[in-house]
Ligand binder design. Structure first.
Ligand code: NAD
Length: 251
């Protein structure tokens, strides 16, 4: 499939896990990919992997919690490739498992700055460019934690419910301006974010108990959904927050 030939895609948090898999998937289908991450080594490694496979990519370092930095990434995308057709606002962090009363203010602020403000900062920079050029597609990364509550993850759950709400609102605002906005809502995925926890019997049991399919996902099982939502095959889908969670939210 070559669904994205000559299109420009920006992926944040593209240095690892889900973002890495989506950047590679979009590039493999013809997109020029702007790989953005706060971690330069990881980002450059993804660019190298895309180029090794014959694709086209550029790394731009940015902290998504800094709207000026995100604005510069969008400018580089347009300067380098001439447009911004797809944006995958994906960067996110987890601060740990704590009951709401035990979450520290620092952890609350740090997580919200990346997971929620970062998605807003992305859309703030991307939407005007897409509107101006006559269209575009945004795929935010929310989570199953954006659709249901989860004990011990109060700040994460709140941030991802925020991403779901922002996604719906951006879709409403831009439906008649040529921009579709959706989110993916993954269940537990084996990435560096979850690696340490998945090594513990307790967390493995938590995943197995709550996931009807009984296992975590591989990032390559998430990227195809992001690519589908970014493609013209999803031309009538906007404002959707789509689970890809092995059945977790079917409970
Ligand atoms: P990951 O830790 O493997 O990758 C996250 C990437 O984001 C890293 O490369 C990191 O350097 C980058 N990053 C972190 N803070 C950043 C910042 N401030 N600015 C720019 N880049 C930053 O994590 P992942 O599991 O691939 O998670 C990606 C997204 O998917 C996140 O939004 C996460 O909340 C969401 N998600 C993950 C899971 C899961 O189980 N892994 C489940 C549902 C949703």
């Amino acid at each position: 499939m070559d669904r994205f030939t000559d299109e420009t895609a920006l992926v944040t948090g593209a240095g690892s896990g889900i973002g890495r898999a989506t950047a590679q998937r979009l590039a493999s289908e013809g997109a020029n990919v702007v790989v953005s991450d706060i971690d330069e080594d990881r980002g450059e490694d993804v660019v190298a992997s895309i180029e090794d496979d014959g694709g086209s990519a550029t790394f731009v370092s940015a902290n998504v919690a800094d709207p000026d930095a995100v604005q510069r990434v969008v400018e580089v995308a347009v300067e380098t490739y001439g447009s911004l057709d797809i944006a995958h606002n994906n960067a996110g962090i987890l601060t740990g498992f704590q009951d709401i009363a035990d979450i520290g203010e620092d952890d609350w602020d740090k997580l919200m700055a990346v997971n929620l403000k970062g998605v807003w900062a992305g859309m703030k920079a991307e939407l005007p460019v897409m509107e101006e050029q006559g269209g575009g597609v945004i795929v935010n990364t929310a989570s199953e934690a954006g659709l249901v509550g989860m004990g011990g993850l109060g700040n994460y759950v709140a941030s991802k419910h925020g991403v779901v709400g922002l996604t719906r609102t951006a879709a409403l605002e831009y439906a008649d301006r040529g921009v579709r906005v959706n989110s993916i809502c993954p269940g537990v995925v084996e990435t560096p974010m979850t690696a340490e926890r998945l090594d513990t019997a307790e967390f493995q049991a938590f995943v197995e108990t709550n996931t009807p399919m009984g296992r975590p996902a591989d990032p390559t099982e998430i990227a195809p959904l992001a690519a589908f939502l970014a493609s013209d095959e999803a031309s009538y889908i906007t404002g959707a927050n789509v689970p890809v969670d092995g059945g977790w939210t079917a409970h």
